[in-house]
Design a protein around this ligand. Structure first.
Ligand SMILES: [Zn+2]
Length: 258
């Protein structure tokens, strides 16, 4: 559970060391952008991070704004921007035709989750576009802080979503379109995860996380040091292809005002 009193600082730390940017994420961003309806003149991105989505839309809309909790993240945003919190969005009702909120909801603590959903609906005039990880097993992302020994999810994810959840996410907006962008994973990955869990070995390490959300402890590490789509060293050297399957990935969901 992310403690509210170091919430902002946690995300400043995350963005001060930089976040990796994979080809797979680039493709996902293109899918998100393609799902924005044509009858939209204004756009707000809530939790825009370092602008990796909204920077692509900079010349497309007259009224565009990126909002984030982290000043460090906003440094890289090239559109108009504002520091703000999802549970108290600093705009009047119906301010933007579409409100985009990508990979934010899974990070929200219970104390603000319901308020955040209400705020997205309040500010959106026509549409809401949401992306979340698809059917994520949160246990797999568990890591332990070497300083305070608390356990937390490697990317700060606090809740998991399925398409079933997404269908009834909002009270005043209904689901009209969705895409599930699946990941390519090795069939063997499931076995490796099972063995590691059996041996009580963490799948991820603290170095894969940016810092500890409880005590703020940070380790220095390379920006692109971790990539979960990278082939393991041994598999890369084998003269045949291991079987792969599609799983996990992300749900991209478009909602329209009822
Ligand atoms: Zn800690």
């Amino acid at each position: 559970m992310v403690k509210m009193d170091c919430y902002d600082e946690f995300y400043d730390q995350v963005y001060s060391v930089g976040r990796r940017f994979s080809d797979e994420e680039r493709n996902r961003i293109m899918t998100i952008i393609q799902m924005i309806p044509n009858d939209v003149d204004s756009l707000l991105e809530v939790g825009c991070g370092d602008g990796r989505i909204i920077n692509n839309l900079k010349n497309k809309y007259e009224n565009i704004c990126g909002m984030d909790i982290s000043n460090e993240a906003l440094k890289n945003v090239k559109t108009p921007k504002i520091k703000g919190r999802i549970e108290n969005i600093p705009f009047p009702d119906n301010s933007f035709d579409i409100v985009l909120c990508s990979e934010v909801l899974e990070h929200l603590p219970n104390t603000i989750y319901e308020k955040a959903l209400k705020e997205l609906q309040r500010v959106a005039n026509k549409y809401i576009l949401i992306t979340v990880p698809n059917e994520e097993n949160l246990q797999i992302g568990n890591v332990k802080c070497p300083q305070c020994a608390s356990s937390f999810h490697v990317y700060g994810h606090l809740r998991s979503f399925s398409l079933l959840h997404m269908k009834d996410l909002f009270e005043f907006f209904g689901l009209v379109d969705f895409e599930i962008v699946l990941n390519d994973v090795y069939v063997l990955d499931d076995l490796v995860i099972k063995i590691k869990k059996w041996l009580k070995i963490d799948i991820f390490t603290f170095e894969d996380a940016k810092s500890c959300p409880k005590c703020g402890f940070t380790v220095s590490h390379k920006i692109n040091g971790f990539n979960n789509t990278k082939k393991p060293y041994l598999i890369e050297r084998l003269p045949f292809q291991f079987p792969m399957k599609k799983s996990g990935g992300w749900i991209i969901a478009l909602y329209v005002k009822k």
